[in-house]
Write a protein that binds this ligand. Structure first.
Ligand code: SF4
Length: 189
């Protein structure tokens, strides 16, 4: 039985909204703030990175979505955007960067190379970053146009806005991270 069948969502009772106010859940309020103030870390290794530069430029302007503050430090980033071919030698670095980011954190694989290795089906290229870190959104294309990158970003915003606060502490989430060899010891402290 799906969650949808188990629970009935009812309309807010009278008195929870009115002129100039409304009551909501903490999850929704936090989600709204988070999704409109993402701090992306652009991890650009090749051509897809150039498309990202265009995405940040005046024509497309990712800043319109509240994400103009790029972070080149994993400690102050909550969205890892991997754009380009990732060599197997680079894979541990991608994972280390992911581990250095504080929770909650999200990941977009931008373009065919980051998503699946792209045209480089060779001994030296990682066949998708989801071999080393969990990916939330994949953006197809070689390279994807800035519109596609923006579309992927908006999908992330949807996920961020609807994520329950308790998800990151759930045993399922920890088990998923551990399946990538990512330590979760600090989650219990
Ligand atoms: S997906 Fe295509 S454009 Fe993007 S990094 Fe790979 S080869 Fe370059």
């Amino acid at each position: 039985m799906s969650d949808k069948d188990k629970y009935t969502v009812v309309e807010a009772p009278e008195g929870y909204s009115g002129s100039g106010f409304f009551a909501t859940t903490l999850d929704k309020a936090v989600g709204l703030a988070r999704k409109n103030s993402m701090w992306p870390l652009p991890f650009a290794t090749s051509c897809c990175g150039i498309e990202f530069m265009a995405t940040m430029g005046a024509n497309y302007d990712l800043g319109r979505f509240g994400a103009e503050r790029l972070s080149f430090s994993p400690r102050q980033a909550d969205l890892l955007m991997v754009m380009g071919t990732i060599a197997k030698k680079m894979a541990p670095v991608v994972q280390q960067i992911y581990e250095q980011m504080a929770e909650p954190r999200w990941v977009i694989a931008v373009g065919a190379c980051a998503s699946s290795g792209g045209i480089f089906d060779t001994y030296s290229v990682l066949q998708g970053i989801d071999k080393v870190v969990p990916v939330d959104v994949y953006v197809p294309g070689c390279p994807p146009r800035p519109e596609q990158i923006i579309d992927g970003f908006m999908k992330i915003q949807e996920l961020v806005g609807n994520e329950p606060l308790r998800r990151r502490y759930s045993p399922e989430y920890k088990a998923m991270l551990e399946s990538y060899g990512i330590k979760t010891d600090s989650y219990d402290k």
